[in-house]
Design a protein around this ligand. Structure first.
Ligand code: ZN
Length: 207
């Protein structure tokens, strides 16, 4: 495989990128200004050392002084007794933009597709359970599941319940669902601030 084919093959692994688009990306790089392509390769080479995964919520953040905990998790302005479980980093960005939530997050790392029984290795089931067990003695009293309103989101919510439902029930902590305040088919990531505000207002407890 020559370098161009290797580059195309790597772009094809990007989420939502097909063979044709991967080819367009690779050829686009060949037509870029030298300064831009140099900057692109520098950023790719350095990003893993400068952007790290938060040890607490698991979102990615830019670290300046080798911190292991992100600014949201270490902020005293946030309510540390609330936990909102989301699928991916971009969901946090959408919710933060809406400015209606002041608790902490947990990034679950993806969804459990309804039609695929094989477990996604990126999902953080074990880490979520450990987080809940640590937070309960620290006063955790509100857990919200914030997945998109589609079959995969619902399926993932059931999977999360199977991991933490029992522990929370024992402590009398109710799980509420953000998704039930969104309309069917909504992707949290693309929801506007007003929709997210309503989702928080209308979120409902488990039945
Ligand atoms: Zn964090």
């Amino acid at each position: 495989m020559n370098n161009l084919d290797k580059l195309i093959a790597l772009f094809e692994k990007f989420p939502g990128v097909g063979a044709r688009q991967a080819k367009r990306f690779a050829f686009h790089i060949l037509t870029m200004q030298d300064a831009d392509s140099a900057e692109l390769s520098r950023l790719i080479a350095e990003i893993k050392g400068t952007v790290v995964e938060c040890a607490s919520c698991h979102r990615f953040f830019a670290t300046a002084y080798n911190e292991t905990i992100c600014s949201l998790c270490s902020s005293s302005q946030r309510t540390h007794t609330k936990l909102l479980i989301v699928s991916q980093d971009s969901d946090i960005q959408a919710i933060e933009r809406a400015g209606v939530y002041d608790g902490l997050y947990f990034v679950f790392g993806g969804t459990v597709p309804l039609l695929n029984s094989g477990e996604n290795k990126k999902l953080r089931g074990g880490a979520l359970k450990a987080t809940i067990e640590t937070r309960i003695p620290e006063g955790l009293n509100e857990v919200t599941i914030g997945f998109s309103v589609n079959p995969d989101g619902e399926n993932t919510a059931r999977f999360v319940e199977s991991i933490i439902g029992e522990i929370l029930k024992e402590k009398g902590i109710v799980i509420s669902y953000l998704g039930r305040g969104l309309s069917t088919g909504s992707e949290l990531e693309y929801a506007d601030a007003e929709t997210i505000k309503n989702a928080f207002k209308n979120r409902s407890a488990s039945e």
